[in-house]
Design a protein around this ligand. Structure first.
Ligand code: IPM
Ligand code: MG
Length: 372
């Protein structure tokens, strides 16, 4: 298969984790006889620096012409602490999501058996967690009208949703539930917000089209609590843009590290794959950023393109790296010298030699003769 992949490394740890995912995709292409070409584009702070805009035309056009987009992360500490910045790196990502109409952000949260003791939560609470968040990505408070009064003393962001925006994310969420445990939890704040009441109305109208799926409801404050107390109760969480942002980051606690969570942002014409974590600027170029979220985002890309065997190989490589403790320090208590690149090397190696990897890797990278 010939594929043209746009790569937007972005800011902070984005470039280093994305480089590992690209390495893995190249190994997949070699092993399974595909031709993947990669076109790089600037976005975020690095784009502002060079082109004075967070989303240059050239980047948008690379993305529009690609079969899929791999995105890294966006934002820097300098912008984070400056509320007066006229331009913000994050605008690049938001404009891109909007321009490509990537309305469905899909964020799976699966607890790895090997990492149960890495979670801040009790093992028995975390074990067998397998949920997926369907986050609406191009509407709500992120994209509503923003106002700042002239004297700078009053500001507002409005949260608007249309029936159509709710409908088009609700259908894929229910379809996903049909293929899973057949349960959708709509998370909103319908006791307070008019926009949430519209969500309830529209979702209630659509639900009967999926009679095998059970629909239940949770207010966001309660959901934030339940996600930690009993994550196993969830199958598909359907929610609006900002609630989905917050809940998906919270879910990092369940699996042991936010550095494991991948996502797909899908529209009708375009598809982008991005880690749930952000740019985490303080860790830039220290070799400690976990590349697994980016690598698993690449696996979601392969799924999306119908390359199932390839996606499985990547996931098996990730599974093996976790099992053998070939992980960055956020997860590792066994070895202290495993860098972002080494994790990428291991998974790359696994893709080309799924049966021989352990020993090779052990000898070459850890300087030990056996592992486990
Ligand atoms: C995410 C990120 C983005 C968001 C930021 C970087 C704009 O937090 O993808 O979760 O809020 O959507
Ligand atoms: Mg976020």
């Amino acid at each position: 298969m010939k594929l043209n992949i746009a790569v937007l490394p972005g800011d902070g740890i984005g470039p280093e984790v994305t480089a590992q995912a690209v390495k893995v995709l190249k190994a997949v292409a070699m092993e399974f006889d595909h031709l993947f070409t990669f076109q790089y584009g600037l976005i975020g702070a690095s784009a502002i620096e060079k082109h004075n805009t967070p989303l240059p035309e050239e980047t948008l056009s690379i993305c529009k012409n690609a079969d899929a987009i791999l995105f890294g992360a966006i934002g820097t500490t300098a912008y984070d602490i400056d509320p007066n910045a006229k331009m913000r790196p994050e605008q690049g990502l938001l404009q891109l999501r909007k321009a490509l109409d990537l309305y469905a952000n899909i964020r799976p949260v699966v607890a790895y058996e090997e990492l149960l003791n890495k979670s801040s939560l009790k093992k028995n609470k975390v074990k067998d967690t397998n949920l997926i968040i369907y986050r609406e990505l191009t509407g709500g408070i992120y994209f509503g009208e923003k106002k700042l009064s002239e004297d700078g003393n009053e500001a507002s962001d409005s949260c608007t949703y249309t029936r159509k925006e709710i409908e088009r994310i609700t259908h894929p969420a229910f379809k996903a539930a049909q293929a899973r445990s057949k349960k959708v939890t709509l998370v909103d704040k319908a006791n307070v917000l008019e926009s949430s009441r519209l969500w309830r109305r529209v979702v209630q109208e659509i639900a009967p089209q999926y009679p095998d799926v059970t629909l239940n409801y949770m207010f966001i404050d309660n959901a934030a609590n339940e996600l930690i107390i009993n994550p196993k109760q969830f199958d598909v969480i359907l929610t609006e843009n900002m609630f989905g942002d917050i809940l998906s980051e919270e879910a990092g606690v369940i699996v042991g590290s936010i550095g494991l969570l991948a996502s797909a942002s899908l529209g009708d014409k375009h598809a982008m794959f991005e880690p749930v974590h952000g740019s985490y600027s303080p860790a830039t170029n220290k070799g400690i950023a976990n590349p697994i979220a980016s690598i698993l985002s690449a696996a979601m890309m392969l799924d999306h393109l119908g390359l199932d065997e390839e996606a499985t190989r990547v996931r098996d490589g990730v599974g093996k790296s976790l099992k053998l403790h070939i992980t960055t320090p956020d997860l590792n208590t066994k070895y202290d010298n495993i860098s972002t690149t080494k994790v990428g090397d291991f998974i790359e190696d696994f893709i080309n030699n799924p049966d021989e990897t352990n020993l090779n890797f052990t000898n070459i990278h850890l300087g030990q003769s056996t592992i486990i």
